[in-house]
Design a protein around this ligand. Structure first.
Ligand code: URA
Ligand code: SF4
Length: 188
């Protein structure tokens, strides 16, 4: 099974009620052999319209942070979300919606086998690292889970609302660059 085949299956998913409000399933985007996986929360309005992750204002900011450490969503990393369909009014995904949709993210993991997973914001970090993860207190720290490194950092949308956290986020990306140099074979 490759990502394209999985994406095709996911594009018709009706496993949870979020399918009712969507325009497009936002499966993910990136390099087929990415060693670094970024995980956000779920599609917003622009993502739902275009069917691609992080293409609105927060996506432009994410692309800048990626560029700063020589990552590019088309060549050497992959971007996905906890839920693939846009929650109404951009509310947080409900626990049951996240759990049901994790089926797809687990399959994406199984295919990619990333070396490093970066959780963008609280929703992804609490789902993938620890239920009581605090982005403010624990951003930038790498946690080894069965041989895969997980790190949580600020959600780009949070950085747009609270620009005072940008230096911290930038330091997290610098730490990510160093970690990629240590553990990845073909990202740089
Ligand atoms: N916010 C997210 O968490 N994911 C996206 O894809 C876009 C905005
Ligand atoms: Fe399926 Fe996930 Fe969309 Fe729910 S959010 S319908 S589980 S793809």
């Amino acid at each position: 099974m490759d990502l394209q085949t999985l994406q095709h299956q996911c594009s018709g998913c009706t496993r949870c009620p979020l399918h009712k409000g969507r325009t497009h399933v936002v499966f993910g985007q990136g390099a087929a052999h990415a060693e670094v996986l970024f995980v956000g929360e779920g599609p917003g309005q622009s993502e739902d319209e275009q069917g691609l992750p992080f293409v609105g204002r927060s996506g432009q900011l994410l692309d800048k942070y990626l560029f700063a450490i020589d990552l590019d969503r088309h060549t050497n990393c992959y971007i996905a979300n906890i839920v693939k369909c846009r929650p109404p009014q951009n509310r947080d995904p409900l626990p049951e919606e996240s759990e049901v949709c994790m089926y797809w993210l687990r399959e994406q993991f199984r295919i990619l086998r990333p070396k490093i997973v970066v959780c963008l914001g609280r929703v992804a970090a609490q789902r993938l690292i620890r239920q009581d993860f605090s982005v403010t207190k624990e951003h930038g720290i790498f946690f080894d889970k069965n041989g895969t490194l997980f790190m949580g950092t600020f959600h780009p949308a949070a950085l747009l609302r609270q620009p005072q956290h940008k230096p911290n986020a930038f330091a997290d990306f610098a730490a990510l660059r160093d970690k990629i140099g240590e553990v990845c074979d073909h990202t740089y």
